[in-house]
Write a protein that binds this ligand. Structure first.
Ligand code: SAM
Ligand code: SF4
Length: 328
C-alpha cells in the first residue's frame, strides 16, 4: 500500500488493550476510565484485521497497548500471528512495560518473537514508583532478565523527562551497555489528558544527545529497525543508542506505519484525529475483499505529518486520545 505521499505502508502497530497495570504520569491520569469490554475487539477480530494488513503488504507487526501482556489470552494472538511469519510477515514484536515478562517470555519466543521493547525510564526504585505511580522496578528487571534468558533481544525505551530522569540518562546508557541492550530515548508527546501540565516534562533530545557526547563516542549509523528512531553506535559499549524525536525533528517523512486500536479504529497518524472505523466494517459482516477495500481507502487519507507543538501558553494536549489507546 502506497500512501498519497509515496510512502509504502508496511508496518502495523496494534494496541490490544487500553488497560494497564501501571499509570505512568506522562501517559495516563491516575483515575483513567477504560473502555467497556463490548467495544474491544476479540482476539479473533484482531487476528482477522492483522491478516488483512499482511495480505495488503504489511511485513512488520508490533503488539502494544495499554499493556499488551495484561490482556487475557494474548498468547493466543501471538501464536496465531506467529504462524504467519515467513508468509508475508517478517517480524512480530511487542512493546511492553515488562511487569509480566517473567510469565510470558518463553511463550513469546516460541511464537516467533525475537525482539522486545521494554519501557523503563529509570533504574532507581523510588523514581520508578513515582513515574509509574505504584510500579515495582524489580518485576521489570526480572522480566528483562527472563526475556534475555529466553533468547529475546531486548531494547530499552525511555521517555526523557525534564527534571525527572535527565540526570540518569548517562547511567542508563552505561547499564544498557553492560547488559547488552540497545537504548532508545523518546521525547514526550502531547497526547491525552494526564491530569497535569506536560510542557514541564518536555526535554529536547538534541540536548540529551549533546550531553551524552561529552562522555560517549556516538557514531552515526544506518541501522534501522523499521521504526522512527535514528541510531548511533556507542563505541565504548558496543551497543546502540537511538533517538525518537517527534518534537524536535519531523519524523514523518519516512513514516511507514499505521496504528490500530483495540476497538478497531485505524489511525493513519499518531498525531492526527482522522481515523477509519474498521470494527464497523468487520461487524457489518464484510467479506475479505470489502475489508481490504476499507483499509486501502483509509491509507489514501494518511496525512503528511503531525502538528505536535509544545505550547506553554496552551498546555492542552494536541490530540485528545491517550497514547495507551493508540499504542506507542
Ligand atoms: N505499556 C507498554 C509500555 O509502556 O511499553 C506499551 C504501551 S506504551 C503507550 C508505549 C510507549 O509509549 C512507552 O515506551 C511509553 O513510555 C510511551 N509513551 C506513553 N505516553 C507517551 C507520551 N505522551 N509521549 C511519549 N511517549 C509516550
Ligand atoms: Fe501503561 Fe505503558 Fe502507559 Fe506506562 S506507558 S501507563 S506502562 S501503557
Amino acid at each position: 500500500m502506497i500512501d498519497p505521499f509515496g510512502r509504502a505502508i508496511t508496518y502495523l502497530r496494534v494496541s490490544v488493550t487500553d488497560r494497564c497495570d501501571l499509570r505512568c504520569v506522562y501517559c495516563m491520569s491516575e483515575d483513567m476510565t477504560f473502555l467497556p469490554k463490548a467495544d474491544v475487539l476479540s482476539l479473533e477480530e484482531l487476528e482477522r484485521l492483522c491478516a488483512a494488513f499482511i495480505r495488503l503488504g504489511t511485513n512488520k507487526i508490533r503488539i502494544t497497548g495499554g499493556e499488551p501482556l495484561v490482556r487475557r489470552d494474548v498468547q493466543l494472538l501471538f501464536g496465531r500471528l506467529g504462524q504467519r511469519l515467513g508468509q508475508g510477515l517478517d517480524e512480530l514484536t511487542l512493546t511492553t512495560n515488562g511487569t509480566q515478562l517473567v510469565k510470558h517470555a518463553e511463550a513469546l519466543r516460541a511464537a516467533g518473537v525475537r525482539r522486545v521493547n521494554v519501557s523503563l525510564d529509570t533504574l532507581d526504585p523510588a523514581r520508578f514508583a513515582a513515574i509509574t505511580r505504584w510500579g515495582k522496578i524489580e518485576k521489570v528487571l526480572d522480566g528483562i532478565a527472563a526475556a534475555k534468558a529466553a533468547g529475546l533481544h531486548v531494547k530499552i525505551n525511555a521517555v526523557a523527562l525534564k527534571g525527572v530522569n535527565e540526570d540518569e540518562i548517562d547511567a542508563m546508557l552505561a547499564w544498557c551497555g553492560a547488559q547488552g541492550h540497545d537504548l532508545c530515548l523518546i521525547e514526550t508527546m502531547p497526547m491525552g489528558d494526564i491530569g497535569g501540565d506536560r510542557t514541564d516534562q518536555y526535554l529536547p533530545l538534541s540536548l540529551v544527545r549533546a550531553r551524552l557526547r561529552q562522555r560517549w563516542t556516538l557514531q552515526g549509523t544506518d541501522y534501522q529497525t523499521g521504526g522512527p528512531a535514528r541510531y548511533y553506535d556507542v563505541a565504548e559499549t558496543g551497543t546502540r543508542v537511538g533517538f525518537i524525536t517527534p518534537m524536535t525533528h519531523n519524523f514523518c517523512e519516512s513514516c511507514n506505519r499505521v496504528r490500530l486500536t483495540c476497538t478497531g479504529t485505524l489511525y493513519m497518524c499518531l498525531g492526527q484525529d482522522d481515523a477509519a472505523d474498521l470494527r464497523r466494517v468487520l461487524r457489518d459482516g464484510a467479506t475479505d475483499p470489502e475489508l481490504d477495500a476499507a483499509i486501502r481507502l483509509a491509507i489514501t487519507r494518511k496525512p503528511k505529518g503531525h502538528d505536535f507543538v509544545i505550547d506553554r501558553r496552551n498546555p492542552a494536549p494536541a490530540v485528545a486520545r491517550h497514547m495507551s489507546l493508540t499504542g506507542g
